[in-house]
Design a protein around this ligand. Structure first.
Ligand SMILES: C[S@@+](CC[C@H](N)C(=O)[O-])C[C@H]1O[C@@H](n2cnc3c(N)ncnc32)[C@H](O)[C@@H]1O
Length: 280
């Protein structure tokens, strides 16, 4: 790390990322450089102190072990906002933006006024907070079984200036009202597939990933309880992000739905079945 100064910082970070065979090394080098400069208040004429050099080295070592970029910078762009993240929460993914778009489109198309909404397994709060910003007058409950995740979600709600009822609990928590919208991106990876996930994903909380032996543990509960918890006298819907691997057991659950419900499965950007909607 000798002679490391501002002008050669970008080159230094880039070459390390290229050696690590990172997918988009140029983009990532710019993000890491920006983060480092901001965090350590580095200016163009700064000589890097030893402590700043070791901070940079520490970041790069974490990254070389597959620690996700977003956990290092503690920030992710999602939908139209920035969200704070740490390793207590899943890093929100682009697929989840499609889940939200479907849900918002349904609320608007059916002109549901002041919808009562529950986000089950809120994690960073990305779903609940995005809907709160897009649908004015919505009343939103966000449940998670992880207190650490809820702490992150509360920071994001404050940063985004929205009011959400956060509840620590299992599935629907102890909320006793019914809902116009039930939305969730539940853990849906098959237990036996978790060990085959990319190294980076393995840094995310197992509670956010593990969907049980067939991936359906939480999905079936949300559907089976959810059909009795949505408002029957208005248009209402259950929106769930799924993994293509749960399709076979999911089809069985869907075939048992009462006749007054219809369902649809929409593909993600890669053409995989990803968003289940069950509507009245
Ligand atoms: C896949 S993550 C989704 C996080 C966030 N909603 C998102 O889309 O980025 C699933 C979340 O469900 C939570 N969770 C797992 N089991 C739960 C349960 N039984 N009841 C409520 N939340 C649960 C996990 O703690 C985790 O935050």
């Amino acid at each position: 790390m000798k002679n490391l100064n501002y002008p050669n910082l970008h080159k230094y970070i880039l070459s390390l990322l290229q050696n690590l065979l990172i997918d988009d090394p140029h983009i990532e080098a710019s993000i890491l450089l920006k983060y480092f400069i901001k965090e350590k208040k580095i200016t163009e004429d700064s000589n890097l102190s030893l402590s700043n050099q070791s901070f940079l080295l520490e970041i790069m070592q974490k990254r070389s072990l597959g620690f996700p970029l977003q956990y290092i910078t503690q920030e992710v762009n999602f939908y139209k906002s920035k969200f704070y993240v740490n390793s207590s929460v899943l890093i929100p993914r682009p697929e989840t933006e499609i889940l939200i778009e479907q849900c918002i489109e349904f609320i608007k198309r059916n002109k549901i006024k002041n919808p009562n909404i529950i986000d089950i397994g809120t994690g960073s709060g990305a779903i609940a907070i995005t809907i709160a910003k897009e649908i004015s007058g919505s009343i939103i409950y966000a449940v998670d079984i992880s207190k650490q995740a809820l702490d992150v979600a509360k920071i994001n709600a404050k940063n985004n200036d929205v009011v959400i009822q956060f509840i620590e609990g299992d599935l629907f928590g102890d909320i006793d009202c019914n809902f116009d919208i039930i939305i969730s991106n539940p853990p849906y990876i098959l237990t036996n597939n978790i060990k085959n996930l990319q190294q980076e994903v393995l840094y995310e909380p197992v509670l956010a990933l593990d969907g049980g032996l067939d991936g359906m543990d939480m999905i079936s509960k949300i559907i089976n309880i959810g059909i009795n918890r949505i408002n029957k006298n208005t248009s209402s819907g259950i929106f769930i992000e799924i993994d293509p691997q749960v399709l076979s057991p999911l089809r069985k659950t869907l075939s048992d739905l009462p006749h007054n419900f219809k369902y649809n499965i929409k593909n993600d950007y890669s053409g995989y079945p990803r968003i289940l909607s069950i509507t009245t």
